[in-house]
Design a protein around this ligand. Structure first.
Ligand code: AHG
Ligand code: MN
Ligand code: MN
Length: 340
């Protein structure tokens, strides 16, 4: 039986092989520790009365679930003690959070404590999405402008899925690696080293209830996939938890879309702590992430909770979606058409 590589050992080797990589990799280990705590909160929620709404409405006008709040408190409480973070930004906190008045570390954490909140009460996979940046000021209280960095400036990004198993997947710019929580030992064990996303998928993932509000290029693209126009038979899968839909496509290939629509001109998903981290992971695994017009990692956020249209997954699928977008739809059906 091969010896099991824990996350701590893997990260230690990564740091040794990348001298000067800084101690931000330690933050992956710290997020994993907090993630174990949240995994237990998720698994016990029905037994501890932690299901359902907290009665609060967040900055997005969405009902805050009790678990959103509990997970947010767990990550903030555990991550601020490590001495590496100057500040944090969370989907569940309206403003940037300065770890101490002086600012105690060189890094910034952005995160979505529970992604897929609508699935909490029905026992469907949910997750946490996070990303680490270097702060731009030398010290003092963290200000919101320090978080306005482009996705390609991320130092590392990851997610934790609370599903049939609890997994942590991360990249620090040297490939994408997946770890599965061994609930007996309490260790995250390396189970998916150097994940590569298939160049083309056979799965598309979108909330088709929004179809009438999509633009023509998006409708035409989905119809093209459904009709086998990409030369492959596609099936539809939509979990309603971005992190779970993304994780499936990362391993099996496929494309996820949450496009702009007539009622949400910037789409629904947030750039800083949903699209950005997953875009970094997608590209590191050989995939792509786009608004349909622009590379997600090139976008400079203007506000903490800025929304962005998102098309993310296998490179060929995202390329085709961009061709539909740039040629206004049908004419992109054959790649040659797009060249015109
Ligand atoms: P969150 O629970 O953090 O608000 O994220 C929910 C997001 C994302 O996880 C998912 O893909 C999307 O909302 C689903 O939205 P619809 O229910 O509108 O399809
Ligand atoms: Mn989310
Ligand atoms: Mn969330």
């Amino acid at each position: 039986m091969p010896t099991k590589t824990t996350l701590e050992i893997f990260i230690r080797h990564q740091r040794q092989s990348r001298p000067g990589s800084g101690d931000y990799l330690q933050l992956i280990v710290d997020m994993a520790e907090a993630g174990k705590r949240v995994a237990a909160q998720v698994n016990q929620a029905a037994l501890t009365g932690a299901l359902g709404s907290s009665g609060q409405i967040n900055v997005h006008g969405e009902s805050v679930q009790k678990l959103d709040e509990a997970a947010n408190e767990t990550f903030v409480g555990m991550m601020e003690r490590g001495g590496l973070l100057a500040g944090m930004a969370s989907e569940e906190m309206e403003n940037a959070y300065s770890v101490t008045a002086e600012g105690s570390g060189p890094y910034l954490l952005v995160f979505d404590p529970v992604d897929g909140s609508s699935n909490i009460d029905v026992n469907v996979s949910i997750g946490t999405i996070f990303s680490i940046y270097r702060r731009t000021e030398k010290g003092g209280r963290v200000c919101e402008s320090e978080f306005m960095q482009r996705g390609w400036e991320q130092l590392c990004a990851g997610y934790i899925t609370y599903g049939s198993s609890t997994m942590l997947v991360y990249t620090a710019g040297d490939g994408v690696h997946g770890f599965t929580l061994d609930t007996y030992s309490g260790d995250f064990i390396l189970t998916h080293e150097n994940i590569r996303m298939p160049a083309a998928g056979e799965i598309y993932s979108a909330n088709e209830a929004n179809r009438e509000r999509w633009s023509a290029p998006v409708r035409d693209y989905i119809d093209h996939l459904r009709r086998g126009g990409a030369g492959r038979k596609y099936t539809g899968r939509y979990i309603g938890s971005l992190v779970a839909d993304f994780h499936r496509n990362l391993l099996k290939g496929g494309v996820f879309l949450y496009p702009a629509d007539s009622s949400a001109p910037q789409g629904k998903l947030r750039l800083l702590y949903e699209a950005g981290p997953l875009a970094f992971i997608a590209e590191q695994a050989g995939g792509k992430a786009s608004t349909g017009d622009e590379r997600i990692l090139d976008l400079k956020p203007e506000t903490l909770h800025q929304r962005v249209p998102l098309i993310i997954g296998s490179a060929e699928d995202v390329d085709l979606a961009e061709r539909f977008q740039s040629t206004g739809g049908r004419r992109a059906a054959t790649p040659e058409a797009a060249v015109i």
